[in-house]
Design a protein. Structure first.
Lengths: 695, 285, 511
């Protein structure tokens, strides 16, 4: 059933693509193409739910190639990622119906829609692939398609280079990944995954494969040191593609890592876990530190994606550690946190990028220092953006908080482990991640405040107009999904638990994380004592309290937080209404009675995090230049110029030297390309001689 | 750091007992002028009007028939009239000189045929007195326990600010009386304005007044705010404060001493009574 | 021959002697700028102002030099409504010329930054010292321009004022910040301008004395003293030794209460509330002593044209004699404690540095000037009242930061106490002044106000009425380098400390 739905979904996507290119470029064609994509995504989501609850299904294609055959399958793990693809895909398709108009002319719009639908189809195939051949082909196709999509606006300066960087790093990753698959599959791409999972491998080969996979998938996920493409590609791409990249495409790397490292390479040594945990945590901190310094909205969001991806890889590391320590229950918990965060982040980051796209469409600018005051002018996008930003900042009771909290709880389980190295590693990671999440709150306060609050800092911001119905609705959809997931933990955790159970093999994961307090109150004394049976008559779920390990350690109930917040707000509103005469006086902003207040007299996003430049100065190596324009003496300066610079360590110390040495070497080798035909003939003759000699 | 604590403790308590009981040390400078009509003659009146530099003393008519008007709201306490006619113009050192009405600071002495005729008290219509009592009760109810004031310097010489700043220091300690200065008008119960209102500060003053939520008080501290003092007809003077805002309390002086300011603030919250009239009688008109 | 006389001759300027200690040199309009520049290379420009109405207008530049107690005045009659600016060569002339331009409508050509000084948001065609005052109130407002402008990614502004936080004077400071750092502070003054100079025109000296006293509040006496001395020198009145001694002790008492208040505010800005309270208590005690002595806490009403308006009371003298040792002990103790408080010293050390070379171009006065190495104190350099007979020292530092300024103020406090003690030992028996004989003339008068040298010029007509009064309190000069000091690498949180450590009066500047 699940696989059938996936097929139909792929069919819808292909139909949509065909409509886009085959019909004349009219608004109706646009809407049909987008609608096809929407329907396809919805079907994909439904199919995903089916995949989550049913056992593994496989389908082999009759087509055979020299490398092997094609195979598709669905299982709960792929179902989890199909779900997030479907949900976010729905929103992106709805958004794209009107958004593509702002990207270019009719032909560009058509190609954008067609390629988008084709990419969705490729993603579906990727997630449903059952052997290495299908997987790698789909992956390559996805890389190329996303490259073309990112380069849609190739006439903008910097876009082709950004897309190229993305492709280059993607290909480097692909080579590593393909080698990894080769190592574990005996260089037989046609062998299906199920067969590989059960086979034993010598330790050296397995470890080499693991490192290759971490590196290869890390390139697509944006792990250090291969994260360079993210901050470049996201601003360059049209916003619906940025959303696709951040929400869906990078999750494919997470899917791949879980598939290979956790699932197929069974019984890992503990250092795999340490490696993944370490790389993940450092990536997370790096991502958020640089997000705080960016004044380009989409670059800031891109760095935030790096942060979240780092967190997810850290969870994979935790899962590997628990797997190596033979603790399936905790491994499952780590996988629950991971899957849930993948879903949450996809929805939230998708919403953020779609919202950012709306902001850019409305104002023509991505520079947060020139925006502001959009809350009043964009009455739909504003609240939607606010909700998803709050979610991603990890503020309870929205969904982002649940997955981040679960992740920290996983790492805090170090107290039940033996061995000082592992306890130290996990505790340190928990501390650094806690710092990261705190900085993430700052980052989102800065983003929301800089873009939406206050007064518009430029004419564009002051005259912004809310975007069209479909664009608003798409962002609103994702915001709504975030609220629903936050309100009803059984939805998200249910899906994540299904995937985690299938991967880890631990029994009863869902019941352990979300105890069925409503069904069996007598078995859960502590949660019931804390009020865990509230709403048991109202909602058709088994329980609403999230308990990572046991109720004595920690538990949260986001639903109850929602309910109590609502009740408190209602009571306060009622009291205010009943509280008698309350006259309301509206006055101008108080600014010391200055004769003329200007919008430049507000904190900017850059100014908000200015102190961090000093606190983390050793990372940023920030410098400040102040110069006055004057003729006679500084005393008479009429203009002063102020400039802040900082470096990105990876760009500066890793990419820079590599690129420079590569250029150096190729310049040296350039002497062979003298341009003279006779020389080339000489080369050919020499090679001919050598070949003869070897023969 | 602990040495500062010890230093503070070793200094003992310096806070004045005013207003609970009089403190002559705090009020050793004149706070206002009181007319002793019995010692006044038309010639003396005309002479003192001539030497008064701020037209606090003005004459109508001539030595045979005319009147003298004394306005404490314009008097800068230069002391020239006191030195010229010490029996007629006497210093008042007791610091309770604040009043609620502008006219309460004025008094008129008229003469006919060279003889002093009468002293005209300020005219208080009957229902105005009731209304005044009503307002006083309301002020006491609203601000009696704590009064937060926003100060605005509308163009002063800084003397009034110096005295205001001393109110929060150990000798006077305004906080013990429940009065505080706030940095933002949003949290204020009223304005305390010093200085003649200059053209440049006019808009800022109005903006500040509008930023104070209702109900609000306005206190005019110092002669510049009340009548303009020596800047009354100045080229950049916009006008006396009560031509721009409704004033609840006037505190004369140049500058008014901290004790006088305390009396004015307590008067605003109806925790004190008016005690000064330029005509020399004490306790109301 | 005095130094200034030599200088005048070197510059080829014929001079005559005016009131005692003044050398007056005339030059034609075309030579004015050249001669002034030449003089400025070897002497200090103390003031530059315009005089006169209608077609009879003149410019006057006042110079002084180290080692000579006289003043050299370079005067020229103006027939045009412009002159060549001195500012490029003499930075100290900058704000004087801006004031001349906006008050009199006389343009300084070649001035690098001729924006308004005090008349912001003011109709540009109107010049208050020249035009008819009757239509001033009905004029519409103009538009102000804020200079300098700061450009950069993420730079924003924070307005402070004109209505600021506690009971403070009204002035506006526009901060440009990159977030936490203070890139530039653009002050805007003029909110408190009452135009005292114009108000006094046509009044008698006695009447104008009231205005001179109300030019400022905590430096009211020093400015009134400079004014009344100028009038007395213009009218040729000698007040006598006793009055001079009395005037000197009052000058020092004002310096004491001003400095105690200043130190209290500095301590408050660094969070030392106990020290702030202690200094405020000292200030109150000095004010009460002043009230006991003269009948006014701020010493208003004691000065009269020709002497004092009344005797200093015997009760006041006893009170002062009793209080003085207590003030000495307390201020000495507080100074020792402050020097020992690391948090206090650290916040002032290196904050708001005024570089010596920069400050030297602006001829700064008083404690602020002395913190940058400008060794000037007009009690010592141009002795007035009875300072020639008094013994006191002057402290000079060169770091130019807030700590240097505070240390100089602390030192001045000890010296003032020393001077008061000297006068107490030989208490003056000053009779109240009689009516001074009026006579026409013009002269300068000066006094060392708590903020530095206050220089006033008075021109009387034959009836003894004021034709022109020029007041140049020390704030007019000392605000020059404020923006520069703020921008010397400080943070927003340093700003209250910076402002408190300067402690310059706004009323003195706006007048």
């Amino acid at each position: 059933m699940a696989l059938e739905l996936v097929f139909i979904a792929i069919g819808c996507y292909l139909a949509g693509g065909l409509i886009a290119v085959a019909t004349p470029a009219t608004p109706l064609a646009r809407y049909f193409a987008a609608a096809a994509g929407t329907v396809g995504s919805l079907l994909l989501a439904v199919g995903a739910v089916e995949a989550l609850i049913s056992p593994e299904l496989t389908l082999q294609f009759p087509v055979s190639t020299p490398l092997g055959g094609f195979e598709l399958r669905t299982n709960p793990l792929s179902g989890m990622f199909l779900l997030l693809t479907g949900v976010v895909g729905t929103a992106i398709s709805v958004y794209s119906s009107d958004y593509v108009v702002h990207v270019g002319g009719p032909s560009r719009q058509a190609s954008l829609l067609a390629l988008l639908n084709l990419t969705f189809a490729t993603l579906a195939v990727l997630l449903a692939s059952g052997n290495a051949l299908t997987f790698l082909l789909a992956w390559e196709l996805m890389s190329i398609l996303t490259y073309v999509l990112v380069a849609t606006e190739y006439d903008h300066p910097g876009t082709p280079q950004a897309a190229f960087l993305m492709l280059a790093l993607s290909e480097i990753g692909f080579v590593a990944m393909a080698l990894g698959f080769g190592l574990i599959g005996g260089f037989d791409p046609g062998r299906d995954f199920a067969a590989i999972a059960t086979g034993g491998l010598p330790a050296g080969t397995a470890s080499a494969a693991f490192v290759l996979f971490l590196f290869g998938f890390g390139a697509k996920a944006g792990l250090l040191p291969l994260q360079g493409w993210l901050p470049e590609a996201h601003p360059a791409a049209p916003s619906n593609i940025s959303a696709l990249l951040s929400a869906v495409v990078v999750k494919m790397a997470i899917y791949g890592l879980v598939l290979t490292a956790v699932l197929m390479l069974g019984s890992p040594p503990i250092w795999w876990g340490y490696l993944a945990l370490g790389v993940g945590v450092i990536t997370a901190v790096y991502g958020i530190l640089f997000s705080l310094l960016e004044h380009d909205l989409k670059r800031a969001l891109a760095f935030s994606t790096i942060e979240n991806l780092g967190f997810m890889v850290a969870m994979i590391g935790a899962a590997l550690i628990f797997e190596s320590l033979q603790m399936p229950a905790l491994e499952a918990l780590a996988l629950v946190a991971l899957s849930l965060h993948a879903l949450n982040h996809a929805i939230l980051k998708g919403g953020l990028f779609l919202g950012a796209g709306s902001v850019q469409t409305a104002t023509g600018s991505r520079d947060m220092d020139r925006l502001g005051g959009l809350w009043r002018r964009m009455k739909w996008t504003g609240p939607a953006f606010f909700i998803v930003a709050t979610g991603l900042a990890g503020v309870p009771p929205l969904n982002g908080f649940q997955s981040e909290w679960l992740g920290l709880m996983v790492l805090l389980q170090s107290h039940s482990l033996h061995g000082s190295a592992v306890r130290l590693a996990m505790a340190a990671s928990a501390a650094i991640l806690a710092l990261t999440f705190a900085l993430a709150v700052t980052a989102y306060i800065r983003i929301v405040g800089g873009v939406f609050l206050g007064a518009g800092r430029s004419r564009e911001a002051q005259h912004a107009i809310e975007v069209s119905f479909t664009m608003r609705t798409a962002t609103g959809l994702l915001a709504g999904a975030a609220v629903v997931l936050g309100l009803l933990p059984p939805l998200g955790i249910g899906a994540a638990a299904a995937a985690a159970q299938w991967v880890s093999g631990a029994p009863g994961v869902l019941d352990s994380v979300l105890p069925p307090v409503f069904l069996h109150p007598e078995q859960f004394a502590l949660p019931v004592k804390l009020g865990g049976t509230f709403l048991s008559q109202v909602l058709p779920v088994n329980g609403l309290i999230v308990v990572p390990t046991d109720a004595g350690f920690s538990s949260i109930a986001p639903t109850y937080i929602f309910v109590s917040l609502a009740v408190v707000i209602a009571i306060v509103a009622l009291l205010l209404r009943l509280g008698g005469n309350r006259s309301r006086q509206t006055r101008a902003v108080w600014a010391g009675a200055i004769p003329q207040w200007e919008p430049s007299m507000q904190y900017t996003a850059t100014g908000f995090t200015n102190p961090l430049r000093f606190i983390f100065g050793s990372v940023y190596r920030s410098t400040r230049h102040i110069e006055g324009d004057y003729e006679h003496a500084p005393f008479f300066a009429r203009t002063v110029r102020y400039r802040h610079t900082f470096i990105e360590p990876i760009e500066e110390y890793v990419y820079g030297p590599i690129v420079r040495s590569a250029q150096n070497v190729s310049q040296r080798l350039g002497i062979f390309q003298a341009g003279s035909v006779s020389l080339y003939l000489l080369y050919m003759f020499a090679v001919f001689l050598v070949a003869l000699f070897l023969r | 750091m602990s040495r500062w604590v010890l230093r503070g403790l070793a200094s003992g308590i310096k806070t004045t007992s005013y207003p609970k009981s009089p403190d002559p040390g705090a009020s050793n400078a004149p706070a206002a002028i009181e007319l002793n009509v019995g010692a006044l003659s038309p010639e003396l009146a005309i002479e003192t009007a001539r030497i008064c530099p701020t037209e606090a003393i003005t004459i109508q008519g001539d030595a045979s028939t005319g009147s003298l008007q004394f306005d404490m709201g314009q008097c800068v306490l230069c002391g020239r009239c006191v030195r010229k006619a010490p029996e007629a113009f006497a210093y008042r050192r007791a610091p309770e000189v604040a009043v609620r009405r502008r006219r309460s600071l004025e008094t008129t002495v008229s003469w006919r045929d060279g003889r002093i005729a009468n002293v005209a008290p300020p005219n208080e219509p009957a229902d105005a007195l009731d209304k005044a009592a009503e307002l006083r009760q309301r002020a006491h109810r609203l601000f009696g326990r704590s009064l937060h004031l926003r100060h605005v310097d509308a163009g002063s010489c800084n003397g009034c600010e110096s005295e205001l700043q001393l109110l929060t220091t150990p000798y006077y300690d305004l906080a013990r009386l429940g009065v505080f200065f706030t940095p933002t008008p949003r949290h204020a119960d009223g304005l305390l304005v010093t200085g003649v209102v200059t053209r440049q500060m006019h808009q800022a003053l109005i903006a500040t007044y509008e930023a104070v939520p209702e109900p609000k008080l306005v206190i005019a501290a110092g002669v510049c705010a009340i009548g303009g003092g020596c800047f009354a007809n100045g080229p950049t003077t916009h006008g006396p404060l009560d031509s721009i805002l409704p004033v609840d309390v006037y505190v004369p002086g140049c500058p008014p001493s901290p004790s006088a300011l305390i009396h004015g603030l307590l008067l605003a919250t109806s925790k004190a009574e008016e005690r000064y009239r330029p005509g020399g009688a004490s306790g109301g008109a | 021959m005095s130094g200034l006389a030599e200088l005048a001759e070197l510059a080829g300027l014929p001079y005559r002697r005016g009131a005692q200690g003044e050398l007056w040199a005339e030059c034609p309009e075309a030579d004015f700028t050249v001669k002034a520049r030449e003089l400025a290379t070897r002497a200090l420009l103390s003031d530059l102002f315009a005089c006169g109405h209608g077609t009879r207008r003149s410019l006057m530049a006042v110079f002084s030099t180290i080692g000579d107690s006289a003043w050299l005045v370079l005067r020229t009659d103006l027939s045009e409504d412009h002159f060549h600016s001195l500012t490029e060569a003499v930075h100290a002339a900058s704000w004087y010329e801006r004031e001349i331009a906006e008050m009199f409508g006389i343009r300084p050509e070649g001035h690098p930054a001729p924006q308004p000084l005090r008349l912001h948001d003011w109709p540009h065609r109107y010049h208050p010292m020249r035009d008819d005052l009757s239509d001033m109130k009905s004029l519409p407002a103009g538009h102000g321009d804020r200079v300098p402008k700061v450009r950069g990614q993420g730079v924003f502004q924070l307005p402070l004022g004109p209505v600021r936080s506690g009971p403070q004077e009204s002035a506006e400071f526009l901060f440009n910040s990159g977030g936490e750092d203070l890139v530039m502070v653009s002050p805007r003054f003029g909110y408190k301008m009452r135009l005292v100079e114009r108000l006094a025109e046509g009044l008698s000296v006695e009447q104008a004395l009231i205005h001179a006293e109300r030019l400022a509040g905590i430096s009211t006496y020093s400015n009134a003293l400079a004014f009344v001395q100028a009038a007395e020198r213009a009218a040729g009145v000698d007040v006598g030794r006793d009055v001079n001694r009395a005037r000197s002790v009052l000058n020092e008492l004002e310096r004491l209460h001003h400095h105690f208040g200043h130190l209290g505010r500095v301590a408050d800005s660094t969070g030392l509330t106990v020290a702030a309270a202690q200094y405020a208590a000292l200030k109150e005690e000095v004010l009460r002593a002043c009230a006991e002595l003269t009948g006014h806490r701020y010493l208003r009403g004691i000065l009269a044209f020709g002497g004092l308006s009344q005797r200093l009371t015997a009760a006041g003298q006893d009170h002062l004699a009793e209080a003085l040792p207590h003030w000495e002990v307390t201020s000495h103790r507080l100074e020792a404690l402050l020097e020992d408080t690391a948090t206090f010293i650290d916040r002032l050390d290196g904050t708001a540095v005024l570089l010596t070379e920069y400050a030297a171009q602006h001829n700064l006065l008083g404690p602020i000037g002395r913190s940058t190495g400008a060794d000037r104190d007009c009690r010592r350099d141009h002795p007035y009242a009875c300072y020639k007979d008094l013994r006191f020292d002057v402290l000079v530092k060169s770091q130019g930061d807030a700590l240097a300024r505070v240390r100089i103020v602390l030192f001045e406090v000890s010296q003032s106490l020393r001077i008061v003690q000297q006068i107490l030992e030989d208490w003056p028996d000053a009779e109240p002044a009689g009516i001074a004989e009026v006579r026409g003339g013009s002269a300068f008068g000066w006094a060392e106000a708590p903020g530095g040298e206050a220089l006033h010029f008075v021109q009387l007509d034959d009836g003894g009425r004021i034709q022109r009064w020029r007041a140049r309190p020390p704030a007019v000069v000392n605000w020059h380098p404020y923006a520069h000091a703020c921008a010397s690498g400080n943070n927003l949180t340093d700003y209250p400390v910076i402002e408190a450590s300067f402690g310059i009066s706004h009323a003195e500047f706006d007048r």
